[in-house]
Design a protein around this ligand. Structure first.
Ligand code: 13P
Length: 250
């Protein structure tokens, strides 16, 4: 059985005081989440606060990005070792906003995945097609390219020590959620791609769905066989909505 993972991706939102209120709310309700694992991915500058507020709770935390480099003259970058210094468990790599707005290609995403993994972080690898690509009927080609770039470099075993997040770009922040069946089809395809290299890894790796998942639609998405949690943007900024999604995961 794969333990579902519900992770909040706060993106570039929050403040020290609003984060505290959000985390107080999540902590107050976390006892009602039975089996799902819960995490929040905060902006770098708030990780010290988040660590302080979540230490000793069942809630994990992580970052939204990291450098491809280990240390040195890379002004403005943040290394994997620094994230570990704040006891981050997870780090998101290859989010579509980084791919499209900051020019992160498959090569950069692969390096970030590898650096994060070898430092001891669990990378959450985001993959997903644009609306144009879906309409062209090349969703599987795009997903296969994004997955294989990482898998063929780091190997299926290392890939499986991270988490995959299927995030159709057209569903992110748009309110246009993929239907449970649309999501399930791509999740099954991702699992099949991994199974071609390692069936055991394919069986155990968690594949989250992300893209306008909210308190109202989470249960039907999470009920699908190959959907093992969610990577939540907007709805992770409200404690009650986020907790509803966490409870829906089990
Ligand atoms: P929304 O939930 O706001 O659509 O964002 C999803 C996402 O990008 C999570 O990484």
């Amino acid at each position: 059985m794969r333990q579902p993972l519900i992770a909040g991706n706060w993106k570039m939102n929050g403040s020290r005081s609003s984060n505290k209120a959000l985390l107080d709310g999540i902590k107050a309700g976390i006892g009602e989440v039975k089996s799902a694992e819960v995490a929040v991915c905060a902006p770098y500058v708030y990780l010290a606060d988040v660590e302080q507020q979540l230490s000793g709770t069942p809630i994990a935390w992580g970052a939204q990005n990291l450098s491809t480099e280990e240390k040195g003259a890379f002004t403005g970058e943040i290394a994997a070792s620094m994230l570990l210094d704040f006891n981050c468990k997870y780090v998101i790599v290859g989010h579509s906003e980084r791919r499209t707005l900051y020019g992160e290609n498959d090569d950069i995403v692969t390096r970030k995945f590898a650096v994060a993994h070898s430092a001891g972080l669990k990378p959450i690898l985001c993959v997903g097609e644009t609306l144009e690509e879906r309409e062209q009927g090349i969703t599987q080609d795009v997903i296969a390219r994004q997955m294989k770039a990482v898998m063929n470099t780091v190997g299926a075993k290392v890939l499986g020590e991270g988490v995959i997040a299927y995030e159709p770009v057209w569903a992110i922040g748009t309110g246009m959620t993929a239907t449970p069946q649309q999501a399930q089809d791509v999740h099954a395809f991702i699992r099949q791609l991994i199974a071609e290299q390692d069936a055991a890894v394919a069986e155990q790796v968690r594949i989250q769905y992300g893209g306008s998942m909210n308190a109202g639609n989470a249960a039907e998405l999470l009920a699908m066989e190959d959907i093992d949690g969610g990577l939540i943007g907007g709805a992770s900024l409200k404690a009650e909505d986020f907790l509803t999604i966490c409870r829906a995961a089990g």
